[in-house]
Design a protein around this ligand. Structure first.
Ligand code: AMP
Length: 282
C-alpha cells in the first residue's frame, strides 16, 4: 500500500489506473480506524479494482475546537490496518494541502440539513460538504462508501453529489457494532469501561423500541426511548427523532411513509462523550 500526501501525485497515479479502465473505490475517513471503517474498505475492495482510503481530520466540520484538538490521531496503526485489509492507497494530506486557501463555499441542503445534527452543530455539514467535494474532485472515484452510522451525513452527501453533478455512486454500508451492541466509533476510546457498558443501553433500548412500535404510536415510542435512557444515570438524550428516511423530517404516524429511521444522540459519562446511533423501523 502507498501513502500519498499530495493531491497532484494522487491524481497522476489514479489517472494512470483510470486509463487502463480500472474502477476506483473511495472511503473517506478521519482515521482512528476501527472495524466499522474496515467494513467499508472491505466492501470497496470487493467492488472495485483500486481502493483509496483518505485519512484526514477535517477542521472545517468541527464546530468545537476542543473536539478537534482531542480527536484521536493514529496514522501508523491506521496504515497497518489498511495494508492488512488490502487497500492500495492511503491518502493522508495536510490541512494546507486540502485548504491552500480558505474555502468560502456554502452548502445548505434543506430540508436534510435543517434538522437533528444540522442546527445542533452549526457549520458541520457545510464542512463535510467542503471536504467531501474536494476529496471527490481529487480522487474522482467510481464509487464512494459511507457508513449508515452517520445516517444524516449520507443523506446530505447524496444531495451534494446531485447538486454538483459529481459522477460517483454513493454506497451506504450497515452499522458495525461491538458484541455489546454499541455502535463502533472513534469516540468510544474516550469512554471508561463503565461508561462503555452504560452506553450499550442505547442500542438495547433502540432495538426494544422496534417491538414497542408495533403497538404504540410514534409519539409514545419517542417518549419511551427518551425516558428509558434519561432514567439511567450518566446518560442524557440530546434528541431522538423518528423521521422519514429520505427527507429526515419527523413523522407523526407509522403509516406516513415506508422508509422510517430513528436517529438518536446521547451524551454519555462524566466528561460527556456525544454518541450517535440510529435504527430502521421500516
Ligand atoms: P469517520 O472517520 O468517523 O468520519 O467515519 C468515516 C466513515 O466510516 C463514515 O462514512 C462513517 O459513517 C463510517 N463509520 C464510522 N463508524 C462506523 C460504524 N460503526 N459502522 C459503519 N460505518 C461506520
Amino acid at each position: 500500500m502507498i501513502i500519498i500526501e499530495n493531491k497532484q501525485a494522487l491524481k497522476q497515479l489514479l489517472d494512470t489506473e483510470r486509463s487502463k479502465g480500472k474502477s476506483i473505490g473511495f472511503v473517506p475517513t478521519m482515521g482512528a480506524l476501527h472495524a466499522g471503517h474496515a467494513s467499508l474498505v472491505e466492501q470497496s475492495i470487493k467492488e472495485n479494482d483500486i481502493t483509496v482510503v483518505s485519512i484526514f481530520v477535517n477542521p472545517t466540520q468541527f464546530n468545537d475546537k476542543n473536539d478537534l484538538a482531542n480527536y484521536p490521531r493514529t496514522l501508523e496503526a491506521d496504515a497497518k490496518l489498511l495494508e492488512t485489509l488490502g487497500a492500495q492507497i492511503a491518502f493522508a494530506p495536510t490541512a494546507e494541502e486540502m485548504y491552500p486557501e480558505p474555502d468560502n463555499r456554502q452548502f445548505e441542503y434543506s430540508p436534510q440539513t435543517d434538522v437533528m445534527e444540522g442546527p445542533r452543530r452549526p457549520g458541520h455539514f457545510n464542512g463535510v460538504c467542503q471536504i467531501v467535494s474536494k476529496l471527490f474532485y481529487a480522487v474522482e472515484p467510481t464509487r464512494a462508501y459511507f457508513g449508515e452510522k452517520d445516517y444524516q451525513q449520507i443523506a446530505v452527501v447524496r444531495r451534494m453529489v446531485e447538486d454538483l453533478q459529481i459522477p460517483v455512486s454513493i454506497v451506504s454500508c450497515p452499522i458495525v457494532r461491538e458484541k455489546s451492541g454499541l455502535a463502533m466509533s472513534s469516540r468510544n476510546t474516550h469512554l471508561t469501561e463503565e461508561e462503555r457498558e452504560l452506553a450499550t443501553n442505547i442500542y438495547r433500548i433502540l432495538s426494544y423500541s422496534k417491538f414497542y412500535a408495533t403497538n404504540h404510536s410514534v409519539e409514545e415510542t419517542k417518549r419511551m426511548v427518551t425516558d428509558m435512557l434519561n432514567a439511567l444515570s450518566g446518560l442524557e438524550v440530546e434528541y431522538f427523532e423518528i423521521a422519514d428516511g429520505i427527507t429526515l423530517q419527523s413523522i407523526t404516524s407509522w403509516e406516513q411513509t415506508d422508509n422510517i429511521v430513528g436517529c438518536i444522540t446521547v451524551y454519555c459519562g462524566k466528561i460527556p462523550i456525544r454518541l450517535i446511533d440510529n435504527i430502521r423501523y421500516k
